[in-house]
Design a protein around this ligand. Sequence first.
Ligand SMILES: Nc1ncnc2c1ncn2[C@@H]1O[C@H](COP(=O)(O)OP(=O)(O)OP(=O)(O)O)[C@@H](O)[C@H]1O
Ligand SMILES: [Mg+2]
Length: 246
Amino acid sequence: MSATAPAGKGVSCRNLVKEYGGGDSRVLALRGVDLDIAPGELTLLVGPSGCGKTTLISILAGTLNPTSGEVSVLGVDLNRLSKRERTAFRAKNVGFVFQQFNLLPALTAAENVAVPLVINGVSRGTALARAVEVLKSVGLAERVGSLPSQLSGGQQQRVAIARALVHRPRVLVADEPTSAVDARTGQAVMELIRAVALQPDRVAVVVTHDPRVFGFADRIIELEDGRVAASRHADHGAGVPQPAPA
Ligand SMILES: Nc1ncnc2c1ncn2[C@@H]1O[C@H](COP(=O)(O)OP(=O)(O)OP(=O)(O)O)[C@@H](O)[C@H]1O
Ligand SMILES: [Mg+2]
């Protein structure tokens, strides 16, 4: 099977189960998740700590294998890809904002952001120029040459967001992307993510505990103890959704 994704497809999970460890330390993180996520919508994933949010988006992003169940992303059945095909699929199609940012400590902000482009064969000069553009869009024009250790938590988070967006992925998953930033920056971050999400061939799933973010959602999925407990579409009326008051 090829790693090329057909257009117009979202994400679909059937009876997804994830078990960590074994014996006494066995943890059942996902207990049979059935879920369809449409492209062109901003989908939020909410739920208490430990309910399986990071586990679920890691499986959707192809960075974690489920114990059992099916997962199809952009019409591609991830279980049927070889390890190498899955890596290629991820590099081309997926942007991931990690909960712990996962920046490379020896690389500058611009070099970190350029990584997904370089992996996809873009020349270093072009990749760095595009990285600087995206860093500007998250308000970090002045810090492109800084190492992660020289940046505040909120600045590191914005570098992580820029890195996830730089190759214009068709699937964006973001794990608490506003947890370290102030209200105004959080709004700018969500506007950027929303601009990606609203394109009809793109999928965006954002994990959040941040009520300021809820107003940006088209759909909110609640996870509880490894299962989907509820799912609802937001009623935006005809207007552009506004963030909830802080
Ligand atoms: N690598 C791992 N090994 C063992 N157990 C794990 C591992 N990763 C997660 N777990 C467990 O799986 C469950 C789900 O974890 P997960 O990280 O998906 O939760 P979460 O909803 O993202 O929580 P939070 O809101 O705190 O980030 C938790 O009970 C967690 O302890
Ligand atoms: Mg988590």
